[in-house]
Design a protein. Sequence first.
Length: 152
Amino acid sequence: MWEAGRRHPARGVLVAPGRPCAVFVTVASKDRVPWMADRAVHEALVEIWGREALAWRVGDYLVMPDHLHFVCAPADPRFGIEQWIQYWKSMVMRRCRVGTGRFQRDAFHHRLRSQREYDETWHYVRENPVRKGLVQDARDWPFQGTVFPVRL
């Protein structure tokens, strides 16, 4: 029997040429194993997103122990978001050799429809380390930043 709701994330992002597009993405660790909030992983992500995996441009990002959030925008229409995510995830895994840590197979993403939605979403994301008791002030969380400017 059919049930309402999704079992897997939606595929693809509709990109209209000449129109701004920003996508909010969440990538979790497999079985929520906490391996991502690590200096080597953080540095690898920034290096890969900033110099190698350039089909989509990562703007603001925040890495938590068992998941990460970022906003990105398309830069090369030949590459879909899922293909690009799989590419950089495989690069991180080869580079970091994190033992039992793995990424969850799929990622969650949705298109941000306005600058207001972007700002509200990002304000909530930035407070994640505070809500989890990892820092008292969101500005003190070391695993966050901006790779490229992404705005609507």
